[in-house]
Design a protein around this ligand. Structure first.
Ligand SMILES: NC(=O)c1ccc[n+]([C@@H]2O[C@H](COP(=O)([O-])OP(=O)(O)OC[C@H]3O[C@@H](n4cnc5c(N)ncnc54)[C@H](OP(=O)(O)O)[C@@H]3O)[C@@H](O)[C@H]2O)c1
Length: 261
């Protein structure tokens, strides 16, 4: 048996892991929190501005030992307090899922220079620098044999014409994934990314309403979009002991709507 599998089964195979999921008040993050809890893990349900939704998610989780964790990911000090609090409550952080994100329209021809700058500043703060800061703080509490899963997007590869900062942030988080996979690999901390396509959440609600829904579901040869629990199941797989060797990679999860070599 390899070193990774030994460490994996000792540290991560018992399914009593402590898991921090950012953006777990809604959508993919809420489904991910439920999927880890169903495995027997203890989950820190992170939220920013939706305390009631986060409490509902917390109360819906099977098992015990779950906690809430609040921070605006644009605020580095709030992140430090949130991560330290989650780690204190859970005892450590075995698995970090950097899921929280924003998707603000700022098409270049219809956006003033001020709006353009704000969109880039806000998007990179929440989608890139925030996860980088959450990761730094979480690694301080991460034992040997941990997992970090970063939620990227299909948009990292095919472009986001109306949300260019979003596309750039999702490409950059893949680069962060690769860098940290190399720096943390010697500690048996595996770092991966997942790049979902359209998924039925609040973020995609407008794009998936009316005619947009039919156009977008037909982007996939399966003629549908994803449900949040499908993305969640893939994230749980990436955190599993047998997925350690996937470190540094990106799992495309877009129903074949954007295929690449
Ligand atoms: N849905 C899709 O089609 C799709 C496709 C590809 C990739 N993704 C990615 O999947 C991830 C989850 O997306 P989703 O569709 O589930 O989104 P969502 O339903 O809009 O939920 C977004 C989550 O992010 C949190 N969040 C937003 N701004 C924040 C901030 N400033 N600080 C901290 N947390 C913040 C929200 O918390 P509060 O509600 O508490 O503020 C919420 O829990 C994102 O990274 C997104 O880019 C989604």
């Amino acid at each position: 048996m390899t070193r990774g599998l030994i460490l994996g089964s000792a540290r991560l195979g018992a399914m009593d892991r402590s898991v921090l999921v950012t953006g777990a008040s809604r959508g993919i993050g809420a489904a991910t929190a439920r999927a880890f809890a169903a495995e027997g893990d203890r989950v820190a349900v992170h939220y920013s501005s939706s305390p009631d939704a986060a409490k509902e998610v917390l109360q819906s989780l099977p098992g015990t030992g779950h906690v809430l964790a609040q921070a605006d990911l644009a605020d580095p000090e709030a992140i430090r307090q949130m991560v330290d609090g989650a780690a204190a409550a859970l005892g450590s952080i075995d698995v970090l899922v950097n899921n929280a994100g924003i998707y603000e329209p700022h098409p270049i021809r219809q956006t003033s220079y001020d709006q353009w700058q704000n969109a880039w500043t806000n998007t990179l703060a929440v989608n890139l620098i925030g996860p980088a800061n959450v990761t730094w703080c979480a690694v301080q509490h991460m034992p040997r044999g941990g997992r970090i899963i970063n939620v990227s997007s299909r948009g990292a590869f095919r472009g986001e014409p109306n949300q260019p900062a979003y596309g750039a942030s999702k490409a950059a988080i893949i680069s962060l994934t690769q860098s940290l996979a190399r720096s943390l690999g010697p500690e048996a901390i595996a770092v991966t990314a997942i790049a979902p396509g359209w998924t039925t959440t609040d973020m995609a609600a407008e794009a998936l309403s009316g005619d947009g829904y039919h156009r977008r579901r037909l982007e996939s040869p399966l003629e549908r979009v994803a449900a949040p629990n499908e993305v969640a199941a893939a994230i749980v797989y990436l955190a599993s002991p047998l997925a350690e060797f996937a470190t540094g990679t990106v799992l495309d999860f877009n129903g074949g709507s954007h295929l690449r070599m």
